[in-house]
Ligand binder design. Sequence first.
Ligand SMILES: Cc1cc2nc3c(=O)[nH]c(=O)nc-3n(C[C@H](O)[C@H](O)[C@H](O)COP(=O)(O)OP(=O)(O)OC[C@H]3O[C@@H](n4cnc5c(N)ncnc54)[C@H](O)[C@@H]3O)c2cc1C
Length: 518
Amino acid sequence: MITDVVIAGGGPNGLMLACELSLAGVRPLVLERLPRPSEEPKANGLLGQVVRMLDHRGLCGPLSGSAEPPRPNSAYFMFGALGLDLSLLEHSPVHTLPVPQRRIEQVLEERAIELGVEIRRGHELTGLAQDGDAVTADVAGPDGTYQVRARYLVGADGAHSATRKLAGIGFPGVTYDRMTVRSAHATVPADWVDPATGALHVPGYGAVAPFMPHRTERGGFSYAPMPGHPPLVSTTEWDQPATAAAMSLEELRASVRRVLGVELPLGPPGGPGPHALRRLTGGNTRVAERFTDGRVFLIGDAAHVYAATGGGPGLNLGLQDAVNLGWKLAAEIRGSAPPGLLDTYEPERRAAARRMVLNAQAQAALIAPGSDVTGLREVFAELLRDPGAVRRLAELTTGADVRYDLGGGEAHPLTGRFAPDLDLRTPAGPVRLAELTRTARPLLLDLTDDASLSRALGHDQVDIVTARAEAPAPTALLLRPDCYVAWASASPRPGPAELEALRATLRRWFGVSEPART
Ligand SMILES: Cc1cc2nc3c(=O)[nH]c(=O)nc-3n(C[C@H](O)[C@H](O)[C@H](O)COP(=O)(O)OP(=O)(O)OC[C@H]3O[C@@H](n4cnc5c(N)ncnc54)[C@H](O)[C@@H]3O)c2cc1C
């Protein structure tokens, strides 16, 4: 029996892809090596465009526990431990959602199961071979080994991806092996914390703002008072490698002393541990040579990893890989994909990954030790008084500047970009654009005064919604299922040429030519 899609890896990105395929009518099989979810602490939250994307799938509420739509940060963010004053911007592009990775995985797993996905825990991909029709996967499960044949196999199996290695795909990039990060939940003297700002005032050193990485010429320091937990204290140092001894609070104290040059009396927190005492040496920024190999695809950490400072780009990129690939793969399997649709996955996501490499490497350079870096930082700090510079770095860090090359020099400025935030009035009442994309179907939004587009067009594979926008907006938008704008118009009444461009776009992405509505 041939399964449509096997996903190797039931981490966040594999589970997101499983949800997207299911929404598009394809039931994948997820193979997850671990018999039960890992307790290893990873991401503390989501940063960037991915928060808006999850809103477009109705997942922000379950993750944040709030019915309020996500709003951008309007205060400070950072780049290479330099403050970005977002209040200089009319519209901040920085969205954050502070949710631990374990919770993100739980929510996605629940959603996948609701949608009918089969998740086999304790089943590890150990081999693969492909022919013209399918991929044969070797699997080691609790009851022994077996094979599955699938039309496609997606490797969502993390940074050490077996899929990538079995497909013979290289993973070039850089390793930062001089760098060691130490962290622990620990108490700090209560009277050193400013109750108004949350800043930690270290005698002999000065104030350290909470959640903002802080650089000295000897290394980095951060103090994060996590709600409901003792503060998370971290250092980053160069050429201070690990010893054979287990990581301890005393090791962190000594590291803080080297970085800040003064004593910070860290105490063991009360309550049950573990208190996440961690020492990580080295980090990698790497991008796979190819994201596809015949019928095999890579997403998430299997395709790219970042030695990140500041907000982690991992899930911002990986979850959007899943959403980019899901609808294209489903259309191919259903037989409705126009020629070449699946080939657009790699160039679109590789361009986004390259921007994140630039982001990670530039930030790594700005936090490195040494007085020459201090000079570079002073120049950067001057540039960051300019709102234009703040905007560019905020957009780079969050991926808000991603614009897919969807063709046409004459295209509307929104073409290729993620859907704008729009508050709409429809015959059925007020609605946010993000609420119209929960089904992951292509959407034509007709905002013309006389609903001329929806009268001129009908399309069985595209939802058409007629509405009025609450604020200045384009007059029409065609959204792909991943919520990127495939076509947009600014004309109050799109003429024959624009209608023809819209029809060509419908053919390009959704294959069938549209029947005229009677
Ligand atoms: C300490 C730390 C902090 C981080 N902080 C952030 C942050 O704040 N924000 C952010 O966005 N990102 C952060 N990241 C990165 C983020 O955790 C990763 O980008 C994310 O986990 C990648 O998800 P994934 O699904 O691609 O891979 P993974 O999460 O690695 O999941 C892969 C899954 O595949 C399974 N698997 C592996 N091999 C096989 C096999 N052969 N067969 C079957 N299953 C297999 C694994 O068991 C695992 O469950 C952090 C990472 C770390 C380590």
